[in-house]
Ligand binder design. Structure first.
Ligand code: NAG
Ligand code: NAG
Ligand code: NAG
Ligand code: NAG
Ligand code: NAG
Ligand code: NAG
Ligand code: NAG
Length: 421
């Protein structure tokens, strides 16, 4: 017979279960193509899909970049299925037409998320909050001591029309780009691919896993891992991340384009600088309103593992201003105890980069690292109310075309898109 206490425990447990939002599933748009079907690996793939594999003799290419180059610069949508394996190469997508990279994986077909941290935590407190896709692309390079002319040369993946367009540059305008430069890929996507840059197992110079500029890029169930400047979204870059894991230490979401992360995990491998470091460039002197910034929605911000957790407890800054027009919002996200109570920090050193247009915000976050009184007391972290978050809440609110037209979301996989078309 159940005692009073047990009944209470059951009631409490079921209340918790019903209160917790079910984790949304992975994007399954190409699940049939991605699953490993014996006999014909291209079964269920869009017609004309190219196949890359290091081991399968029926494949068209053994290197991913060879398939990208073979496609050339036409405007018809193109697809590349990548067979299971570890690829050591730098990828560079300059074409304008849509391109989708499909990592071979059974996960989407089975409805399994990549950033399934909640499931992992439920079964084992000390579970790793990093993961591995069956397809991994490695490129190890860090811009330590300025050994490269620009950070872009460290990137595992680059999506942008030209070298100048993808340079990170310096100063408020970044690298000067010829105004005649055409936009790059209008709809780049990757599903279930890891992009890794492991030059040093710590922050020791910029080490991009990805760079996006003058292009629209969506990543579904992908992993991005390095230590510093892991994800770069530069000039006129639009990048959307769904069910991803981004692992890093210093400024590991940075840039001056627009980035939006949904239902993902930010894995804190240590802390330095801030999780986000954004600026607004003045180079275009746009007459239109822009929402250049980084937006993080329904995402877990957690220590990479139980070894690093006590080392970084209470220390990780949500972000710092690369220039005084930094814009970022963490929305309905979960912060573990790693997060600095006050939330954001100034740049550090001179200049502090804090001004009237610095917008370092949070809204309706939760978890033991979400200390609202300390955030308010900081005079730096803006704690938004429901009205103040509305202009940034969903992808449709923030992504603009290169000419400033709002609502630029046609390139996002609509099966997982939240918040209206
Ligand atoms: C790619 O390989 C498949 C067979 O696996 C073949 O049917 C197809 O024609 C090849 N595509 C190209 C562009 O060579
Ligand atoms: C692709 O073609 C377009 C249209 O002709 C052109 O403007 C653009 O420069 C080309 N891009 C590359 C990378 O060759
Ligand atoms: C990407 O490819 C373009 C065209 O070949 C080249 O000009 C550019 O330097 C490459 N970018 C990087 C970062 O290597
Ligand atoms: C890239 O920028 C440099 C100036 O920094 C310029 O000399 C060069 O012509 C540019 N290249 C292109 C293709 O626009
Ligand atoms: C925990 O994460 C840190 C940072 O990525 C890494 O250096 C360390 O090896 C990890 N520890 C374990 C036990 O995996
Ligand atoms: C925030 O501003 C108030 C009023 O100006 C001041 O008393 C307080 O010290 C400031 N807090 C911080 C952390 O700077
Ligand atoms: C490229 C360009 O013209 N940039 C200018 C935009 O406006 C700012 C502020 O007036 C100037 O400093 C930039 O040079």
């Amino acid at each position: 017979m159940l005692g009073q206490a047990s009944l209470f425990a059951i009631a409490t447990a079921s209340a918790l279960v019903s209160a917790a939002k079910p984790a949304p599933g992975p994007a399954q748009t190409y699940a049939k193509c991605q699953r490993h079907s014996c006999g014909n690996p291209l079964l269920g793939c869009p017609p004309g899909t190219l196949y890359v594999s290091q081991t399968d003799k029926s494949a068209n290419f053994t290197k991913i970049q060879d398939a990208i180059d073979f496609l050339g610069n036409h405007t018809a949508p193109a697809y590349i299925l990548i067979g299971k394996g570890i690829y050591t190469e730098q990828l560079n997508v300059t074409r304008q037409g849509p391109l989708t990279l499909l990592g071979q994986s059974a996960k989407p077909y089975k409805g399994i998320r990549y950033s399934n941290v909640e499931d992992a935590l439920a079964s084992d407190e000390a579970a790793f909050v990093e993961n591995e896709n069956d397809v991994q692309v490695f490129w190890n390079a860090a811009n330590h001591d300025h050994r490269f002319a620009d950070n872009v040369f460290t990137s595992t993946l680059v999506v942008g029309p030209s070298l100048n367009a993808t340079y990170t540059g310096a100063g408020p305008n970044g690298y000067p780009v010829d105004p005649a430069t055409p936009f790059g890929c209008v709809d780049f996507r990757a599903y279930n691919v890891d992009f890794r840059n492991n030059e040093f197992p710590r922050s020791n110079g910029p080490a991009h896993a990805v760079a996006v500029a003058y292009a629209n890029a969506g990543f579904y169930s992908c992993g991005f891992y390095s230590y510093q400047d892991t994800v770069y979204v530069g000039k006129k870059g639009n990048a959307y991340f769904y069910d991803n894991i981004v692992g890093g230490q210093t400024d590991f979401l940075y840039g001056f384009g627009t980035a939006y992360l949904e239902s993902s995990t930010l894995s804190l491998r240590n802390c330095g600088g801030g999780i986000t470091a954004w600026k607004e460039y003045l180079g275009t002197n746009t007459t239109f309103e822009n929402k250049y910034g980084v937006y993080i929605s329904d995402t877990r911000v957690v220590a990479a593992n139980s070894t690093i957790a006590p080392v970084i407890a209470g220390k990780c800054s949500l972000g710092r201003p690369w220039n005084w027009q930094h814009r970022s919002v963490f929305m309905e996200s979960y912060f573990d105890t790693s997060i600095l109570p006050q939330g954001y920090t100034p740049w550090g050193g001179a200049p502090q980069n804090v001004g009237p247009k610095t917008f370092m915000a949070v809204w309706d976050d939760r978890g033991p690292g979400n200390n609202v009184p300390a955030q308010i007391a900081s005079n730096l972290t803006k704690v938004l109310d429901n009205a103040a978050v509305m202009p940034f809440r969903y992808p449709v609110d923030v992504f603009i075309t290169e000419d400033g037209e709002p609502g630029n979301i046609g390139w996002i996989d609509s099966s997982v898109l939240k918040g209206g078309q």
